[in-house]
Write a protein that binds this ligand. Structure first.
Ligand code: PLP
Length: 367
């Protein structure tokens, strides 16, 4: 047995611990991972068959398939208007974009500022980049107490797990601080098309010159297994990120890049349907919470709802028990930062029928 201690030893599997347990549990109603249970359009499936028959199995260009890059420019049209002429890099999902961006931009000892409640891999990504993760309320930032080491502001809206979006006052204030303190802003917008009401404003409207926007096919297009994402922004920053990304993945999946390029320009109607369905599911889960008298904040977008169970402290133990004894899964709040007493339900992962069934099992677990 080797005595070598792996460099990566202080990371956790966070969400995957619960989802792996749920996956192995027969008949478990799963609202753990952020996977949308929503049909992939027929045209995508057709296109995939067509392209497979054409034997498209080669490497893709370093920055991405030219057709997909054109489609992304159109998809991100509003942000591109603010940017002027940004560069785009197609990545192997939003996760690879986050990894490549943070690791190519940060020096050991730098800090990342993010919201009090955040997507759990941010903590692991910070550790890998040897950076500190500072998680605090972005709406009530105390300017004087901000660390000089902060180099990146990591904004995620609609937020995973809270479903929160930021109002204009907060965005303007954050943009002003970013300029004053010379931060790079990374806007993680992987839920950008899933909102319930006004379309959330991007910080690129106030501070485009120092913002990088990340998006992906995983949530907006309901295809997490496709592993296609992208990052947009200043050319010199994107070039550095591309050099790291090229060494992580020779290139993102070529066939799927072409499939997405074909569908993206005709996706407007699909998004309207997706939003209507997600809002129905959100409302059904909110109704369930009301019946249980569990406190929650109404999600403005995304596919999750965070709730607080009166008197509950061990959310991990509770989540494990719900899987083992009642065949329902959700995520314990302790993975998400300052939310140790909360639970995350992914309503996007459950159909309306499954939400009804989930509610029955949850109520039964409480008697
Ligand atoms: C906020 C956020 N960012 C990034 C990702 C990564 O998404 P993917 O790598 O599947 O594109 C996720 C996935 O859950 C997420 O919730």
């Amino acid at each position: 047995m080797t005595k070598i201690i792996p460099k990566i030893s202080n990371l956790s599997f966070d969400l995957r611990y619960i989802s792996d347990m749920a996956m192995k549990t027969p008949d478990c109603l799963r609202s753990d991972l952020g996977e949308l249970n929503y049909p992939v359009p027929e045209v995508i499936r057709q296109k995939l068959k067509e392209l497979a028959d054409q034997q498209i199995f080669s490497y893709a260009p370093t920055f991405g398939d030219p057709d997909l890059l054109r489609a992304i420019r159109q998809f991100e049209e509003e942000k591109i208007k603010h940017f002027g002429s940004p560069a785009i890099l197609v990545t192997s999902g939003g996760q690879a974009a986050l990894f490549a961006a943070l690791n190519s931009l940060l020096m050991p000892g730098d800090a990342i500022l993010t919201d009090a409640i955040y997507y759990p891999p941010y903590a692991n990504l910070a550790r890998i980049a040897e950076a500190e993760l500072i998680n605090t309320s972005l709406e009530t930032l105390d300017n004087a107490r901000l660390s000089e080491n902060i180099k990146v502001l990591l904004l995620n809206a609609p937020n995973n797990p809270t479903g929160k979006v930021y109002d204009q006052t907060t965005l303007v204030q954050l943009a002003r601080l970013a300029r004053e303190k010379d931060w790079i802003i990374i806007e993680d917008a992987v839920y950008s098309e899933i909102y319930f009401g006004e379309k959330p404003v991007s910080i690129t409207a106030y501070c485009p010159e120092r913002t990088l926007v990340i998006n992906s096919a995983s949530k907006n297009f309901c295809m997490p297994g496709m592993r296609i994402g992208w990052i947009t922004g200043d050319e010199s920053l994107i070039s550095a990120i591309a050099k790291l990304h090229r060494n992580m993945n020779s290139c993102p999946n070529t066939l799927f890049q072409k499939v997405l390029a074909g569908f993206m320009p005709e996706s407007t109607e699909y998004f309207s349907g997706l939003r209507i369905e997600m809002q129905k599911r959100r409302d059904a889960v909110m109704q369930l919470m009301d019946e249980l008298h569990w406190y929650y904040q109404k999600p403005a977008g995304g596919i999750y709802l965070m709730c607080r169970v009166p008197g509950l402290t061990d959310t991990l133990g509770y989540a494990e028990k719900l899987i083992k004894d009642h065949g329902i899964s959700l995520m314990p709040g302790l993975f998400f930062g300052k939310s140790e007493d909360q639970l995350r339900i992914c309503f996007g992962a459950l159909t309306m029928e499954e939400i009804a069934q989930f509610g029955k099992r949850l109520k039964y677990s409480l008697v």
